[in-house]
Ligand binder design. Structure first.
Ligand code: SAH
Ligand code: SF4
Length: 352
């Protein structure tokens, strides 16, 4: 009998599977408690099962999550970069970002959904320097969060996670089945138990299907727009040739945003390439009529793409223009650059 990884089961799937082997449904709750609440990943340590039940579980299920190979801590912005290894020896990276303001404390885990990425955006280390290796399974996505929580438990730092973002390696909409399953585990009260509004996927903009997915799951969407015209965008993000701006925005307009919701537009700031007054005017026109927040992202230099990040003055001008038009705009302080876990640099060191 082929063993299935238990972390690939959603809660209803596990209930059904246990029923098929004549075990009552409440055993699913007990198993999930061990895995997702107590972070115990060994059947032998699960004290409320008989030895016979443990034997059945061990025969039927694998309990495997990626293992942590290395942790780098950036003290200046309290982010931790985790280098993890899958059971076929592939390396993936996840980042834990801790933020504290006077009113709230946030712990965000940034997960990868692929090893590499096939979309080949020129400015992105994953796309342009690693290329595509393979998609990750649900267990490997959820396993990144569990491995980090376990690490926090073992090292006595806070295990409270407030947000999960799919902004690591890979394009979520090209691995949507496994991403959807992992979201079910992140939001299940028996699983990680986060509200869908605390989860976000970031996409380079590949559809159709984005709107339906967001409407059904209720999670948040971030779009890596980065360029305000088809000409520019197609040059740096090849996916734009297949799914150009008019198609992308038609898709975004189909999203049912609740009263206080918005779509996050990510915009990379590249000196002289997309950061002039002409560009910001084009950007404003493009997003007009859509409830958005814009996040300007300073470019994290990578070897293969020799552009510079915009000057503080250009960034300031962009912010001022957009705010003047009533658009909420922020500038990302790129977390984890020090430990090479900043955007676009995940796993580069090890694959490059
Ligand atoms: N594939 C998805 C999610 C992963 S990338 C997407 O593209 O949205 C996460 C974010 O980092 C994206 O907005 C991406 O465009 C950005 N990014 C990629 N390379 C970068 C770099 N060198 N500097 C800054 N941000 C970068
Ligand atoms: Fe893939 Fe996103 Fe990188 Fe583009 S920016 S190559 S879509 S991971």
């Amino acid at each position: 009998m082929k063993k299935t990884n238990l972390f690939d089961f959603t809660y209803p799937e596990l209930e059904k599977t246990l029923e098929e082997i004549n075990l009552p449904r409440f055993r699913a709750k007990q198993l999930f408690d061990w895995l997702y609440k107590k972070l115990v990943f060994d059947f032998d340590l699960m004290s409320n099962f008989s030895s016979e039940q443990k034997r059945i579980f061990a025969k039927k299920f694998r309990l495997y999550i990626p293992t942590i190979e290395h942790v780098a801590h950036s003290s200046s912005d309290s982010s931790y970069k985790f280098l993890l290894k899958t059971d076929d020896g592939k390396q993936i990276e996840s980042v834990l970002i801790k933020e504290k303001t006077s009113s709230r404390e946030r712990s965000t885990i940034c997960v990868s959904c692929m090893v590499g990425c096939p979309l080949g955006c020129k400015f992105c280390a994953t796309g342009s320097e690693i290329g595509f290796v393979r998609k990750l399974s649900c267990a490997e996505i959820v396993g990144q969060v569990l491995a980090i929580l376990k690490h926090a438990q073992e090292n006595n730092y806070s295990q409270k996670i407030t947000n999960i973002v799919f902004m690591g390696m890979g394009e979520p909409f090209l691995n949507i089945e496994q991403v959807q399953k992992s979201i079910a585990l992140f939001t299940s009260t028996n699983g990680i138990s986060l509200s869908p509004s605390k989860i976000a996927v970031s996409t380079a903009g590949i559809g159709p299907g984005i709107a339906q997915f967001i409407n059904e799951t209720g999670i948040r969407l971030a779009v890596s727009l980065h360029f305000p015209t088809n000409e520019l965008r197609s040059e740096y993000m090849p996916i734009n040739k297949q799914f150009p701006l008019d198609k992308l925005f038609a898709e975004l307009k189909k999203i049912n945003l609740k009263k206080r919701d918005h779509i996050l537009i990510e915009y990379l700031m590249l000196d002289g390439i997309n950061d002039t007054l002409t560009h910001v005017k084009q950007l404003q026109k493009l997003v007009h009529g859509l409830k958005v927040k814009i996040n300007l992202i300073p470019y994290n230099p990578i070897k293969k793409f020799r552009a510079k990040t915009s000057s503080p003055k250009s960034i300031e001008n962009f912010v001022a223009y957009l705010k003047g038009k009533g658009i909420f705009t922020s500038v990302r302080h790129s977390k984890g650059i020090e430990v090479e876990g900043g955007c676009g640099q995940l796993a580069l060191k090890n694959h490059g």
